[in-house]
Ligand binder design. Structure first.
Ligand SMILES: Nc1nc2c(c(=O)[nH]1)N[C@H]1C(S)=C(S)[C@@H](COP(=O)(O)OP(=O)(O)OC[C@H]3O[C@@H](n4cnc5c(=O)[nH]c(N)nc54)[C@H](O)[C@@H]3O)O[C@H]1N2
Ligand SMILES: Nc1nc2c(c(=O)[nH]1)N[C@H]1C(S)=C(S)[C@@H](COP(=O)(O)OP(=O)(O)OC[C@H]3O[C@@H](n4cnc5c(=O)[nH]c(N)nc54)[C@H](O)[C@@H]3O)O[C@H]1N2
Ligand SMILES: [Mo]
Length: 766
């Protein structure tokens, strides 16, 4: 389906044609030789053999660069066979490709024509090589000099009626240094409008963990997996999205631990694992990972956790030692209320809602009753629902009852997405006002940051849609395709006077642009970043709060790229013209100087220039120290969480929008979802066979998916029906093709994360 804009004739959604599906059985195990083979195919195709081997030897090594894929930490001793996974190699191949999107490319293809390409084709065109401008009424990007681009941005920012008409998005790939400088500039400019990808991702975790435990991050370290007795993996697909986590689960199993997965799908990556970093792993039949799989229905994790807690409470009455009473007494608040509240629910009701097998759930209860070194890992399966915050609070309830915090082998593990999304937050990318951060900035830099709350992602889109925000600047990411309600977001971006994307690769947001649009090409993680012949390095923070350095090594794809700090510094310099207490130019050129400032402003970064070398250092984490002094009564908080309520109509399903094995968010590496057995096609919808029967659907029938929120019909057209092992009443399909169905104004309470994992839809056969 094509939709058009007023001026440029842009296809917002791109083509909806099929690419030639082939269906096989879901994979019997994750990784192993097929993963090595596929990884190398991707690398060789994009980078050639020599560059591939050189690049991979430096990935996730102490003197190399941090993988631009996920945020899973590196072990102290990296494997000799390389410390990377199939999808990390795909990420690097995508970034370090030899293909170029240069001025000739843009002279050949208009944005109208490019918008009719699929995201896969757009992404595969190659790396951006020089700054480009799309002028009002034009459909062709043209070259522009860096200086002119900075001057134009500065002028548009000066022309705004108020700084709050600017929106400054960040995706989570940016380094701590770039993110710190960006946040500093946005505050100096005068707004807190800093939406970021986290708003669509782990924001629910941040809110829930801050309210209950006093820090919006997880508490476990990598070595805790060696000691854990039980690891619960809830709403997460590590085989695809955090493959190196499988090695940690493998170690846990080797040490006698048990792994429980809670997921509407039986994800292959969690069933069996052949570790490609061990010879024996590749040759043997691998390690079976999941001991018990609870096939929960979409968004019925709260009923399931309540059921588990209720049964544990009954056992505790009998045995007296199922809960950690000393811990509860000493460190927590509200435990009686929680147990009292559980009386409202019957076990039968909770079991039925959750949809899980009763005897499996009893096995889980028994395991949890007998152990207290418990880690709970989760990702988007818990956060992207209306009650995303409560989902996580219910996990915290369980850990608190068991005393599974602040001890080896136990704790919270929200598994982060982008490789530095956590670091970006730590150094100040945030739409909320932090009085203490503002105070430190004032003390260090001599200006007062604004104290008005900024816009998060969903509210920034609404502001642009309504014309209340007019300039959109993105430090990375693909805002159009990542955000909810693609057609609404497209209108929002196209309403802007100026959209600016600081990017490595071409994506749909460059095409669905404001009246004027700029593409500012930047260095990738893997590229050598030099100033006057001297290499510079960055720092990043991994999913477990460890900060370490990252240094690129490849020759940059073009001489006309700037680093992210240089681009931010260039904009700031043009905007302030030397009339500001911050010396933007010197900061943007010398990252040691930025780090010295971070050290002054952000707690835990003392001595960062020295400490970030080697394997790095951990930031402070109050949960590890069992210090809850900032919370009410100076205790960790139990929470009362309601059951989710979707008011599903008879003909409606709940749809989760998930990642295939061949994508990184909106970057499509390829068309195969190998673990789920779907090849060469992304326009598919996974559905239970019994539901197919009721709807009289056959395999490969073509359907439209339709959501009807607020009496508005939103349609994702042309999807092939795939019979799958998924609970009745539930559907799964890929993101971003289905983002068009997610209403912009329906999001999680408190965290405002779009409801991308529980969208009410109906199916229409064509
Ligand atoms: N290769 C690769 N790596 C990535 C990414 C990528 O796209 N590709 N993305 C990165 C980013 S930014 C992120 S945030 C992470 C995302 O990592 P994940 O959260 O693992 O990604 P999703 O594909 O969204 O998978 C969600 C999982 O939750 C399950 N699920 C959905 N709804 C529910 C529910 O209601 N309850 C339960 N219990 N489970 C549910 C789904 O079946 C699926 O297994 O990965 C990061 N790493
Ligand atoms: N329906 C649905 N929607 C979702 C989700 C979902 O599960 N379902 N998941 C959500 C989640 S968890 C997230 S995190 C967001 C992701 O949202 P984003 O972070 O906005 O999206 P990405 O696809 O990761 O962004 C890819 C683009 O980033 C740019 N890029 C890559 N590396 C770099 C770099 O080093 N520097 C710069 N400056 N640019 C770079 C490239 O141009 C590339 O095209 O999407 C969210 N949207
Ligand atoms: Mo994410």
């Amino acid at each position: 389906m094509m939709s058009t804009t007023k001026k440029r004739n842009i296809s917002v959604l791109g083509p909806n044609t099929f690419t030639g599906i082939e269906l096989k059985e879901p994979a019997a195990y994750a990784a192993g030789l097929p993963a090595v083979k596929v990884a190398l195919q991707h690398a060789f195709k994009e980078m050639g053999i020599v560059k591939s081997l050189r690049t991979l030897s430096k990935m996730n090594q102490k003197e190399g660069f941090d993988c631009p894929g996920c945020a899973w930490p590196d072990p102290e001793k990296p494997s000799k066979l390389g410390e990377y996974c199939e999808n990390g190699v795909k990420a690097i191949a995508e970034e370090a490709t030899n293909k170029q999107v240069d001025k000739d490319f843009f002279a050949k293809y208009s944005v109208e024509e490019l918008s009719r390409w699929s995201d896969y084709q757009i992404g595969k065109s190659g790396r951006l090589t020089q700054p480009m401008i799309l002028k009002p009424d034009s459909i062709y990007y043209e070259p522009i000099s860096w200086e002119k681009a900075f001057t134009l941005i500065a002028k548009q920012l000066h022309d705004l009626d108020s700084p709050d008409q600017g929106v400054f998005y960040t995706s989570g790939r940016s380094s701590n240094e770039a993110a710190f400088l960006y946040g500093l500039f946005v505050r100096a400019f005068g707004t807190n409008n800093m939406p970021d990808c986290s708003n669509m991702c782990h924001e629910s975790s941040g809110v829930a963990l801050t309210e209950t435990l006093g820090i919006g991050k997880g508490s476990v370290k990598l070595e805790d997996f060696d000691k854990a007795e039980v690891v619960m993996v809830i709403g997460q697909n590590p085989g695809t999205n955090h493959p190196r986590m499988l090695s940690a689960l493998q170690k846990c199993k080797e040490n006698g631990g048990k792994v429980i997965s809670v997921n509407p799908l039986e994800e292959s990556g969690l069933i069996r694992f052949k570790n490609p970093q061990e010879i024996k792993g590749v040759l043997s039949s691998g390690t079976s990972l999941t001991d018990i799989h609870l096939q929960v229905k979409i968004n019925q994790d709260v009923p399931l956790l309540k059921l588990i807690i209720k049964k544990l409470a009954a056992l505790d009455k009998e045995r007296g030692n199922v809960f950690d009473h000393e811990f509860i007494q000493k460190y927590t608040n509200g435990h009686e209320k929680l147990l009292g509240d559980l009386k409202k629910y019957s076990e039968e009701e909770l079991l039925k809602l959750s949809g899980v097998n009763e005897s499996y759930s009893n096995e889980v209860v028994e395991l949890l009753a007998n152990h207290n070194k418990i880690i709970i890992c989760w990702a988007m399966g818990l956060t992207q629902h209306k009650n995303g915050v409560d989902n996580i609070k219910e996990c915290v309830n369980l850990l608190l009852l068991k005393g599974s915090l602040g001890k080896p082998g136990a704790g919270t593990c929200p598994v982060r997405g982008h490789s530095n999304v956590q670091g970006d937050r730590t150094v100040g990318i945030m739409h909320h006002v932090s009085p203490s951060l503002n105070e430190s900035i004032k003390k260090t830099f001599g200006f007062s940051p604004p104290d008005k709350e900024g816009l998060d992602t969903v509210h920034a889109i609404q502001a642009m849609y309504k014309g209340n925000a007019k300039v959109f600047i993105a430090l990375g990411g693909n805002f159009l395709s990542a955000a909810a309600d693609t057609e609404y977001t497209a209108e929002a971006l196209q309403n802007c006077n100026l959209t600016v994307n600081i990017s490595t690769k071409l994506n749909r947001t460059h095409l669905v642009a404001g009246k004027t649009a700029l593409i500012l090409p930047t260095l990738g993680r893997s590229e050598l970043d030099e100033k006057d012949g001297r290499p510079r390095h960055f720092t990043v923070e991994n999913s477990m709060g460890k900060v370490h350095q990252s240094k690129g090594l490849l020759k940059p794809i073009s001489d006309n790229l700037k680093s992210e700090p240089e681009i931010i510094g260039g904009i700031a310099e043009s905007y302030f013209k030397g009339e500001h207490p911050v010396h933007w130019k010197s900061l943007s050129e010398n990252y040691d100087l930025i780090r010295e400032k971070i050290e002054k402003v952000i707690k835990g970064f003392e001595d960062v220039n020295k400490k970030s070398k080697g394997s790095g250092f951990y930031l402070p984490n109050n949960v590890r120290d069992l210090d809850f002094s900032k919370l009410p009564n100076q205790k960790a908080q139990f929470s009362l969480c309601d059951l989710p309520n979707h008011n599903i109509n008879e003909n409606e399903f709940l749809l989760m929008t998930i990642r295939s094995h061949d994508q990184f968010n909106t970057t499509i590496y390829g068309l195969d979802d190998r673990y789920r057995g779907v090849y060469n096609e992304r326009r598919v919808v996974f559905i239970n066979r019994l539901d197919m029967k009721t709807l009289k659907l056959k395999k490969f029938d073509v359907v439209n998916l339709i959501s009807d929120y607020d009496n508005k019909e939103r349609i994702a057209s042309n999807f092939l029906v795939i019979p799958y092992n998924i609970p009745q009443g539930n559907l799964a399909s890929y993101f971003p093709e289905t983002n068009v169905l997610v209403p912009f104004n329906h999001f999680a309470d408190k965290s405002h994360t779009p409801i991308s994992k529980s969208i009410k839809v109906r199916i229409e056969k064509i």
